[in-house]
Design a protein around this ligand. Structure first.
Ligand SMILES: Cc1cc2nc3c(=O)[nH]c(=O)nc-3n(C[C@H](O)[C@H](O)[C@H](O)COP(=O)(O)OP(=O)(O)OC[C@H]3O[C@@H](n4cnc5c(N)ncnc54)[C@H](O)[C@@H]3O)c2cc1C
Length: 442
């Protein structure tokens, strides 16, 4: 029997309290039962690692799929794997890394579920080389909002709507994907100082490594604007002296002065200077390189009780002046936290509403405050004016008018949703806020 419970009383996470009902099935048949009995307003929830409201459903029902995390099949010859929706990306690396296989694409945390990775068509540090997560998915089994079970292939419209479709076509019941062969579950990592944005762009463009990612000093201005550290990596079988450690917890909500402009400037300067001028190389566990924040449980408490907003945009390859303007405005605001990342994206994307497009993606965390929200609005507008996008997985602030500007296939997406879910059951706070489904959410 399905366990539908009063969401406020479950203790399954603060984020779920706004839902009226929640279910966390542990078996595939319970999942179907829960979906069928969910009522007219239904949202899927994976590991809740989206920063905004993509997996929240105030006043409606939420089905959590993270407990459905079994591996259903694995072909050692080809690396093709079939999993339940809640299988975690980090768990796949832990279990299959020692056998020479890694998830094809890994976002910055290993807690993300396969269904969540599909629903946001996530990208990793290897996007320029390997494309987005959805490009490695070979089959999706979907329970549509209308109650049908479909087996979708990459050439199907409904597949392209489900990948990056923020859960609005239905519930992913299972997925097949191609794992990537790796030389070993360690990473050979090279770190180099980049003294300016121009240096970063040049180095990213020339890099021939599979993984590349930049930490940016988002407080640096003037000649040092956009300086940071470029990390490049390759998988290796060499031993690492670094052990995979248990996550250390942040025991309290940090006081606001820790994120004041002067403390952030000083922290960033020290963080930049810790890399020797001529760089350094080391061998690290691949998981530690791919999922740096997972070493710190509850890291969000560093932002104090009020929390934070993460802003992530992408701008086209030649829009470097817009990228510079975004960085300059963030740095000049005195609001940017030390968490800021620059990556190069290749052209790969697999869904109608996918975020990835070729260009430069910048991510910056800002402590939650009206001034940050206003700033993020301006940064997003600059990115959109440059022909870029803001990432839905990170957003809680965009206006509805941004969605058709960012996603030219929005009408086709809406048509698929209307076909698969004619009564408009599939929804979320984000879907309503951004009127993604228009008629149904209006
Ligand atoms: C520290 C950190 C680093 C990150 N780094 C990156 C990065 O490098 N690249 C990147 O692309 N993203 C990154 N992200 C964002 C993250 O990858 C996405 O938000 C991802 O979608 C979260 O997956 P989840 O399993 O937590 O799903 P949730 O956040 O719970 O849900 C995400 C979406 O998936 C839908 N969904 C969940 N389960 C199902 C299901 N069974 N069927 C259908 N729809 C479903 C939800 O409705 C929602 O729309 C990062 C997030 C964090 C916290």
């Amino acid at each position: 029997m399905t366990v539908w419970r009063d969401a406020a009383l479950t203790g399954w996470g603060r984020a779920l309290r706004a839902s009226t009902r929640a279910a966390r099935p542990e078996r595939a048949n319970q999942l179907i039962e829960a979906l069928d009995a969910a009522g007219p307003s239904l949202c899927l929830y994976g590991a809740g690692r989206s920063y905004g409201d993509a997996a929240l459903n105030s006043g409606g029902a939420t089905v959590i799929t993270s407990r459905l995390d079994r591996v259903l099949a694995f072909d050692e010859e080809t690396g093709e794997i079939e999993v339940e929706p809640g299988a975690a990306i980090g768990g796949l690396l832990r279990d299959f890394g020692p056998r020479g296989w890694a998830p094809p694409v890994a976002p910055g945390t290993g807690f993300v579920t396969v269904a969540g990775a599909i629903a946001n068509d996530v990208h990793g540090k290897n996007h320029h080389a390997d494309g987005s997560f959805g490009q490695h998915v070979t089959q999706i089994t979907l329970r549509t909002g209308g109650g049908e079970t479909l087996t979708l292939q990459p050439e199907d419209e409904a597949f392209r709507a489900t990948v990056g479709g923020v859960g609005l076509t239905g519930a992913i019941l299972s997925a097949r994907l191609r794992m990537r062969p790796i030389a070993g579950d360690k990473a050979f990592v090279r770190e180099r100082r980049m003294p300016s944005l121009d240096a970063f762009i040049e180095a990213f463009t020339e890099s021939d490594r599979r993984y590349s990612v930049g930490w940016v000093d988002a407080a640096a201005t003037g000649a040092t604007l956009g300086r940071g550290i470029l990390e490049e990596g390759e998988s290796t079988g060499e031993p690492s002296r670094e052990r995979a450690r248990r996550a250390r917890a942040i025991p309290f909500d940090a006081p606001p002065f820790l994120l004041s402009a002067s403390v952030v400037r000083a922290f960033n300067a020290a963080y930049y200077a810790r890399i020797p001028k001529d760089g350094r190389t080391r061998v690290r566990p691949l998981s530690a390189f791919l999922f740096p924040l997972d070493a710190l449980a509850d890291w969000n408490r560093l932002y104090g009780k009020r929390g934070f907003h993460q802003f992530q945009c992408v701008v086209p390859p030649d829009a470097t002046e817009s990228l510079r303007a975004i960085l300059a405005e963030a740095a000049g605001s005195g609001l940017a936290s030390p968490l800021a990342v620059l990556k190069r994206l290749g052209p790969g994307s697999a869904g109608m509403l996918s975020f990835p497009m070729e260009g430069w993606t910048l991510t910056v965390d800002f402590p939650a405050a009206q001034a940050s929200a206003d700033l993020i609005g301006r940064l997003g507008a600059t990115a959109l004016d440059a022909g870029g996008r803001v990432y839905l997985a990170k957003d809680a602030l965009l206006p509805p008018s941004a969605v058709p500007r960012m996603h030219p296939e929005l009408d086709a997406f809406r048509a698929v949703c209307d076909r698969l879910d004619p009564e408009g059951r599939m929804t979320s706070d984000m879907a309503r806020r951004l009127r993604i489904r228009r008629a149904a959410d209006g």
